[in-house]
Ligand binder design. Sequence first.
Ligand SMILES: [Zn+2]
Ligand SMILES: [Zn+2]
Length: 287
Amino acid sequence: MQITPYIHALKTPLGPDPGRFVYVYLIYGDGITVIDTGFNGTEKLITDYIRSTGRDPSEIRLIILTHAHPDHTGSAHALRDLTGCTIAAHPLDAPGIEHPDPMLLKPPAPGIQPMVSGGVPVGRLLEEGAVIDCGNGLALDVLSTPGHTPGSISLFLGKELALFTGDTVQAPGRAPIYTDPVALVRSLRRFKAIPGIRHYLPSHDAPAQGEETYRRLDESLAYIRCIHGIIRNAVAETPGTPDSLVLAGRLSSELGLPAGPGPHAAFIARTIEADLSAQGLDELLGE
Ligand SMILES: [Zn+2]
Ligand SMILES: [Zn+2]
């Protein structure tokens, strides 16, 4: 899907459930810059799409990974093998990209391919304030926006007033995953302070335009506040030391998320632990 003459969005599957997806974004400058790569195997969707637009995958010069999670890094190794491009990411998430958890490199079940095609060297480290020249007058500003992971970054393409947010904006109705709610709230407020955003380009939510961007940011902030409230109430009602997996079950049901064991329960439990250990979250949310 073409968003602007320079930006393309590719909706790629996130497992067998058709309702779950992750967006890969392509920036067509002098060469092609890829923002996130989907799970292992997505390289074929990406290269087929590029050919369908009359360009060639060999034009891929740079892959920017917004963070180290496998649904963003999965096909980076395969794409690099195909094109010889450079991989770029924030220093705090680079180790997980170069040396993925061995679990991600094994088939999760017989006949199912591993989530990640392999570890891949990060040839360019991106910190706050870095600017990436994509050619054609297209410059991407790197914003350090921690919270979902310590090394999560977002990208702003000033020429198109387009904001690529990775997983930083946690959408209501999806499993909340963050390592630092205080940093996350600050990152969301930072987005809100950017005036005149024309294209909002998240990973697991549909792209949006203009004012809708700011509505989504407000919804995400309200979601974090709601989650914090549920956790606080649950802890107050639970005698003894709270068990984060038990709290995860309660949080999931109060948020209307699919319950039960599985990777999501562990992720939500970690989010709860991050919420419980956060310093100054009440004051920040009250501002
Ligand atoms: Zn993620
Ligand atoms: Zn993701």
